[in-house]
Design a protein around this ligand. Structure first.
Ligand SMILES: *Cc1c(COP(=O)(O)O)cnc(C)c1O
Length: 395
């Protein structure tokens, strides 16, 4: 066997395997909501296949059941995650909901590790899906899972404080219970959870996969059997990704490796500068000394990533003043775009998380989260340093 291709090459060609045969260079966009049927018997057979979560052999029949543009993007993500298949949804939350439903979590048990994305935490704690939830830790997971546990849910690096969890160790401790890893922060460029035994690698594709702040989507990479279960849920609940969104996402894949590389270099640089600033009490980024006590960098995650968190001395008001003072950096929720975004987890993304849980995970009123883009870090630092100085002087 030849050497494995670099991820930088893989992103460029992912999901494009059928284009040459079609006589195309760019993936085509199919916006059909319905399809002319040439043969009733074959259409019925295709409907039956899709009801089982399989791809149609001739016609998608109806737009909610299958879309070729979406399928091509899914194929690309599957290749990058080292998965048999992937299934795409209209948002990250739709993807998480479908995975919980497909795993049988509704009316069943879920073991989840905090901190999680605020929306995921809320979905689980609200009881909306009827799941019984145990908030667990890597130390306790082996005793917190039982015969009725549908899945273990984890984010690594976590949102918003960038804690790292050993996926392989978690999978071992979960025993027969499948593990869902939200891989949004790492992207398949830095981490491929299935290679460490996870059953599903999930993305809010709204973030780094889309990468330009102009599309909402979610995608789950997994084995063929789990993908079929996800498609059955997607057909039933109507959560298929829009084909135009899929085309934007597929267009973004070729630059994913370059974007993540440039952004994490910027984040590493800014994390060091922030740590030395007198108005900053702490900085959380996997590049910082002591941030990776388990030695996961290299073994599980190829780089520290592009998101960091820090605490401004002076609490909520100082954090608000920094957000108000930045000019080049945009005060906004979300992350993973080409431009740098700053937000306040306690007041915005993690507002729906129970106050004790937020405090316990280390999110303080002065905590800010920075999603570093691909700008020159020197320009970003000029903006951030000026904002920190303005915020500090105000007090
Ligand atoms: C944004 C985000 C989600 C939710 O995705 P949407 O596309 O906003 O629905 C889930 N997990 C993580 C880690 C996220 O950052």
């Amino acid at each position: 066997m030849g050497r494995a291709r670099s991820i930088r090459t893989a992103v460029v060609h992912a999901g494009r395997g059928d284009l040459r045969e079609l006589g195309l260079h760019a993936p085509p966009i199919d916006r059909s909501s319905t399809y002319p049927l040439s043969d009733l018997r074959r259409a019925t057979a295709d409907l039956e296949a899709m009801a089982q979560g399989e791809h149609p052999t001739e016609s998608p029949v109806y737009g909610r059941l299958h879309n070729p543009t979406v399928a091509r993007f899914e194929q690309g993500v599957a290749e990058l995650e080292g998965a048999e298949d992937a299934v795409a949804f209209g948002s990250g939350m739709a993807a998480i909901t479908a995975t919980l439903l497909a795993a049988g979590a509704s009316e069943g048990h879920v073991a989840a590790l905090r901190p999680l994305y605020g929306g995921t935490d809320h979905l689980l704690s609200s009881g909306l899906l009827g799941s019984r939830v145990t908030w667990t830790t890597p130390e306790k997971v082996s005793v917190d899972v039982g015969p009725d546990t549908a899945l273990v849910l984890v984010e690594t690096p976590s949102n918003p404080l960038l804690d790292l969890v050993d996926i392989a160790a978690l999978v071992a401790d979960a025993g027969d219970v499948p593990v869902l890893v939200d891989n949004t922060f790492a992207t398949p460029i830095l981490q491929q959870p299935l290679r460490h035994g996870a059953a599903w690698a999930l993305h809010s594709a709204t973030k780094f996969l889309g990468g330009h702040g102009d599309v909402l989507a979610g995608v789950v990479a997994c084995d063929a059997e789990r993908a079929a279960a996800l498609r059955r849920v997607r057909v039933a609940t109507g959560a298929l990704l829009d084909p135009d969104a899929a085309a934007l996402l597929h267009r973004s894949l070729p630059t994913l490796a370059l974007r993540v590389q440039a952004a994490q270099e910027g984040a590493t640089d800014l994390a060091a500068r922030l740590a030395a600033h007198p108005a900053v009490t702490w900085v959380r980024h996997p590049s910082r000394p002591g941030a990776d006590p388990q030695g996961l960098m290299g073994r599980q995650q190829a780089g520290p990533g592009a998101v960091l968190a820090f605490e401004v001395d002076g609490g909520h008001d100082a954090a608000a003043a920094v957000m108000a003072a930045v000019r080049l950096i945009t005060p906004a929720v979300s992350l993973g775009a080409t431009d740098t975004l700053i937000e306040h987890p306690a007041g915005l993304t993690h507002r729906v998380v129970a106050a004790e849980a937020l405090t316990e995970s280390g999110v303080t009123p002065g905590t800010l989260r920075l999603s570093v883009g691909i700008e020159d870090p020197a320009d970003l630092w000029e903006d951030l340093a000026a904002a920190l100085d303005a915020a500090t002087q105000r007090r």
